[in-house]
Design a protein around this ligand. Structure first.
Ligand SMILES: Cc1cc2nc3c(=O)[nH]c(=O)nc-3n(C[C@H](O)[C@H](O)[C@H](O)COP(=O)(O)O)c2cc1C
Ligand code: SF4
Ligand code: FES
Length: 660
């Protein structure tokens, strides 16, 4: 234990990595461990204890034999995760060897209901499948899947090693193909046609032919050419109709091959950037109109300009890979399917603002992305893309991967910085803004994964080319993530301006259940619910804001007509109560009171008075919260009441401060 702690003590912000090592290695963190960690890192026990108890990943008691973390995020709720949870509680009641917990989103929102079972992601769960999964021998859950196996020269087969594909059996399919000596198997990311996973592609003279929902037993018929194909994928209208920029290579390349990356345009953006002075790179990003994809939509170039102008010898680039919003999974898929685009974006950012060190803050719920990033960083160092001459002779750039510990709020940028520094993820008051005083007090670029991964294209093709796409002040493309109760869920990258209906009914094909769409939540757990009669709304920052909604990180979750919107409103408050960092009263206390008031309304207790109280509470949270966690939680609540009053026992629409 002491050796573990001492080995990591020299890291900046060492406490979280040390606690992870102890927790992962020993299964939990005891009081004795706390004392040793405090001693080695020269911290007080109270400091170590404070951090330990902030993050839900760290255990204070020994781990059971089996652990099930069932997803209760909205996309999984839309597919029945709540009844599944009740079933699991009953079915596992007599099993002291099993611990049943909850998690809010595993990035598998198109193939839910989802759970992590002994660290392994499972999708499309039924009650029986969940219980059966507990007793299956734990597989090498987080091991990186070899991107190419087999030496066969006759047939090349592409199979996603994406976590969602693996969750529904892609590894068994890959193993079955690899067993044939004539086959070369290349593990790629996913094309984003998640409802077809496991989706196998076989190289032919006409292109890669796809085979959908493949089981290992179907491998012989695919190799014999007798299996039914979905056709050449590049010609599939679902894909061909999209405008893939950020996701251009995902599902196509071998994510661990720099040669493959380069052969498909990778590193061209960095090469051009390095021929330009920093300020010109920044202005190119300004000209592109690229706005942050993490939720707030702040202009990326403007942020970079501030960091470039900040006088300091030490600056940082931080990639926000916390992706906690339920209904979102694009960051995960990009990191697993095209990690070099993130690395290249961070290198360009480093050159643009004068930073020589980068951090990727990755949520711990993404073990596959972690393995992919670790490997990609290793490859990048081995090939000199990272390291002492990364940005030119003698101009280095180092990149570190740090893993969060199960706290949604750590996606908020200042909370993320606190966490990177080894503290509780409590939100910082602004100013100062991170661009001026960020990580370890230095000027810092904090950008979302998709923002950074889009930058290489902006530099390669020029800012004007990117700005030519999109609408009004929503320039470029948005990587929409379509999940929940939808027939064809997955990644739809399109220019801004696509309507919700085109996305949900066109690409999505309506609900998976076949019932009418009743509500669509856009922008994660803090986003508004739209009713079916607002599906013609264009998906861009301005149109959504005008409708009292927001785009957030681009997650779109579909619900059918069985949804109870008062339960969804209650969940919004419950989620906030569970994930609040606790720093300010409107959020910490308000969310708990919100649950109670909504419970009373649902039970018909003094309904009118409690509705007034709830609106009061929403107003206080909106205006009085320090960050958008408390400030935006009222958005889903108010939208639910405004658009679905009947679910609250109200006959006429109520006047809320929410959407009209
Ligand atoms: C409660 C909360 C959670 C957030 N979670 C994330 C997240 O998971 N990923 C992310 O990139 N941004 C998240 N953000 C937004 C970040 O604070 C920040 O705006 C973003 O990382 C900046 O990058 P961008 O400009 O590229 O979007 C969150 C914000 C709030 C208030
Ligand atoms: S609004 Fe909530 S999450 Fe944000 S600072 Fe306040 S207590 Fe923390
Ligand atoms: S995996 Fe359950 S909501 Fe995303």
């Amino acid at each position: 234990m002491r050796r573990i702690a001492t080995g990591l003590a020299s890291l900046d912000g060492a406490l979280l990595p040390v606690l992870h090592e102890v927790n992962d290695g020993l299964g939990w963190v005891s009081d004795e461990d706390v004392a040793v960690v405090a001693d080695v890192l020269n911290l007080s026990r109270a400091e170590v204890h404070g951090v330990l108890t902030f993050y839900s990943d760290f255990r204070r008691s020994p781990a059971p034999t089996h652990r099930v973390a069932l997803c209760r995020g909205e996309a999984c709720q839309a597919l029945g995760s709540e009844p599944l949870h009740s079933h699991a509680v009953a079915a596992l009641a007599g099993r002291p060897d099993v611990e049943l917990g909850e998690v809010f989103c595993l990035g598998n929102c198109a193939l839910g209901p989802s759970a992590l079972v002994d660290g392994r992601l499972r999708g499309r769960l039924t009650p029986d499948a969940l219980v059966a999964a507990v007793d299956e021998a734990p597989a090498a859950a987080t091991a990186l899947q070899p991107s190419a196996t087999g030496q066969g020269e006759l047939v090349t087969v592409y199979i996603p090693a994406d976590a969602s594909a693996r969750a529904v059996g892609a590894d068994a399919v890959a193993a079955a193909f690899s067993a044939d000596p004539s086959v070369t198997v290349v593990r790629t990311g996913s094309r984003g046609m998640l409802w077809l996973e496991p989706l196998v592609e076989v190289q032919t003279a006409a292109g890669r032919r796809g085979y959908a929902n493949v089981a290992a037993s179907a491998v012989p018929s695919i190799l014999a050419g007798t299996a039914e194909s979905v056709g050449v994928l590049d010609a599939d209208p679902w894909l061909a109709g999209q405008r893939r920029v950020t996701f251009a290579r995902v599902g196509v390349v071998d994510p661990m091959s720099l040669a493959d990356y380069r052969s498909r345009g990778g590193m061209a953006g960095l090469a051009r950037a390095l021929t330009l002075p920093s300020a010109e790179v920044v202005e190119e990003v300004v000209a592109s109109g690229l706005r942050g994809r993490g939720g707030a939509g702040f202009p990326t170039g403007v942020k970079w300009r501030t960091v470039l102008g900040a006088a300091s010898d030490v600056k940082y680039i931080c990639a926000n890979a916390d992706e906690g919003d339920s209904g979102t999974f694009a960051d995960r898929m990009l990191m697993e399917g095209d990690p070099f685009s993130l690395i290249e974006g961070m290198l360009i950012a480093g050159h643009a603002v004068g930073a020589r060190t980068g951090f990727i803050y990755l949520r711990s719920e993404y073990p596959d992305a972690r393995a992919a990033l670790q490997k990609a960083i290793e490859v990048a160092y081995a090939e000199g893309v990272l390291g002492p001459d990364a940005l030119g002779p003698g101009i280095g750039f180092d990149l570190h991967l740090r893993v969060g510990a199960g706290a949604y709020i750590c996606g908020e940028e200042t909370s993320m910085l606190e966490s990177l520094e080894g503290r509780r993820g409590e939100v910082r008051a602004k100013p100062p803004i991170p661009a001026l005083e960020g990580l370890f007090g230095q000027p810092t670029v904090v950008n979302n994964v998709l923002t950074l991964a889009t930058v290489p294209m902006v530099l390669a093709d020029g800012g004007a080319a990117y700005a030519a796409l999109g609408t009004d002040r929503s320039r470029g493309t948005q990587v929409f993530q379509l999940g929940g109760n939808v027939a064809r869920g997955g990644i739809v990258e399109a220019e801004f301006g696509l309507t919700v209906r085109e996305l949900v009914e066109g690409y999505g094909g309506g609900t998976r259940s076949g019932r009418p769409v009743r509500a669509v939540q856009i922008g994660g757990p803090l986003g508004a619910y739209l009713p079916a009669d607002q599906l013609d709304l264009p998906l861009d920052y301005e149109s959504l804001a005008a409708a009292g909604a927001m785009l957030g990180h681009g997650g779109v979750v579909v619900f059918d007509d069985t949804v109870d919107m008062s339960a969804q409103a209650r969940f919004a408050m419950e989620f906030c109560a569970k994930e609040s960092c606790g720093k300010c009263t409107p959020c910490r206390i308000g969310s708990t009171r919100g649950v109670e008031v909504i419970d009373a309304i649902r039970a018909g207790v003094e309904r009118d008075a409690n509705l007034v109280l709830l609106e009061d509470l929403c107003e206080t949270m909106t205006k009085g919260s320090l960050c958008a966690m408390g400030g935006l939680t009222p958005m889903p609540v108010r939208s639910a009441i405004t658009h679905f009053p009947e679910d609250f026992g109200i006959d006429i629409p109520v006047q809320t401060g929410g959407p009209r």
